[in-house]
Design a binder for this molecule. Structure first.
Ligand SMILES: [Zn+2]
Length: 364
């Protein structure tokens, strides 16, 4: 089968053997697979990750999950929709051949849990075929296109980040960065009715997408500060009433801020800590794989909370698929292009330009 193989931190398209389903697994045909920003980061940092994974130990702070095996060739792709081709040993066959399915990109095997798309053991979605765990299959609800179903994974990341923010309902959100992660967070905030949603991105195309996805006030940070804009809005409560001044300082009272870091480059967390107001919560969703520094005083003065978020729960994943199918989560504007297997290496380059693309879907 054709596949995009990551080897020595490069992408090569070639023929590779089809995977063979093990106990409890099904063979599927990949119908659509989104290219994720994490995959772009992974390609950049492939060497570093391989080194870190070898000595993987949570106490070392490498942040590379044990399930991530980058030691050999890796076929990435974890945002997929696929069609069942055949049932492996020990399966029930309950989901029939020809059924379109999604799955959390995890393969529990006797040898351990494998992260589909970050494994040298099984191929991810940048290939014509994959193996998936039968109990984890979710049938694509009637009529939802495979491309939209493939957006379940990235949209679930936004839903999970918003859950991790432990919202009470009266917070004022600020989303820094409107790439796919930021857009998914905006969609999830919209779904929860938390707003107005303030969003910020240097790219005009992404600001436009943020508006389409439901952001209410969109800031170009090269022209004005998103934190100042947030502060102006925060003096009013959910019902529009002016909040009473702060008891201690006499300064204008502000709504609680929830600030989503959706950029993932060094320096952003410290910048957000400096811009966040008293009692704010910063949710870090952007994946930065480099070392970063911050000034604790920036967090101490505002008694800030920093929450890191990763992935989603299986329940959130399932709910997201159904919410996309029911039109409750707007996902379609995210898709800015489609390519076949041979187009993947170029698509990785194209995705570097935020004016051109948000999410490219691979259709093998
Ligand atoms: Zn992803």
């Amino acid at each position: 089968m054709r596949a995009v193989v990551m080897r020595n931190a490069k992408l090569v398209v070639e023929d590779v053997p089809s995977p063979i389903p093990e106990q409890g697994e099904v063979l599927v045909k990949t119908l659509a697979c989104g290219i994720c920003g994490s995959d772009l980061h992974t390609l950049d940092f492939a060497h570093k990750i391989a080194e870190a994974a070898q000595g993987a130990d949570a106490s070392e702070g490498t942040n590379v999950p044990d399930s991530m095996d980058m030691s050999g060739d890796v076929i990435m792709g974890h945002e997929f929709c696929a069609e069942v081709l055949a049932h492996g040993p020990g399966t029930t066959g309950q989901i029939k051949v020809g059924t379109r399915v999604c799955s959390v990109p995890i393969l529990p095997r006797q040898s351990g849990v494998t992260a589909i798309g970050y494994s040298s053991e099984v191929p991810g979605g940048y290939s014509e075929q994959m193996v998936l765990s039968e109990p984890m299959l979710l049938e694509v609800p009637n009529g939802l296109s495979s491309e939209m179903a493939a957006l379940t994974e990235p949209m679930a990341v936004g839903c999970h980040a918003v859950e991790m923010a432990r919202l009470k309902g009266d917070e004022l959100p600020l989303v820094i960065g409107c790439g796919p992660v930021g857009l998914a967070v905006i969609a999830a905030l919209k779904l929860k009715g938390i707003g107005p949603i303030v969003a910020s991105d240097y790219s005009s195309a992404r600001r436009q997408l943020a508006e389409t996805m439901g952001a209410d006030i969109i800031v170009d940070p090269s022209k004005s500060s998103p934190y100042e804009k947030w502060s102006e809005l925060a003096t009013h409560g959910v019902d529009g009433e002016t909040l009473p001044p702060d008891f201690l300082t006499g300064m204008p009272g502000l709504r609680t801020g929830v600030y989503f870091e959706c950029v993932g480059v060094p320096g952003i967390i410290n910048q957000m800590m400096a811009g966040s107001k008293q009692g704010g919560r910063i949710v870090v969703v952007g994946v930065c794989m480099e070392e970063d520094t911050f000034t604790p005083m920036n967090g101490i003065t505002g008694e800030l909370n920093i929450q890191f978020a990763l992935g989603y729960t299986p329940e959130e994943f399932t709910a997201t698929l159904f919410k996309i199918a029911e039109g409750e989560i707007l996902a379609e504007p995210m898709i800015t292009g489609t390519v076949d297997i041979d187009g993947v290496p170029k698509a990785f380059k194209d995705l570097a330009d935020p004016e051109q693309h948000a999410k490219i879907i691979v259709k093998p």
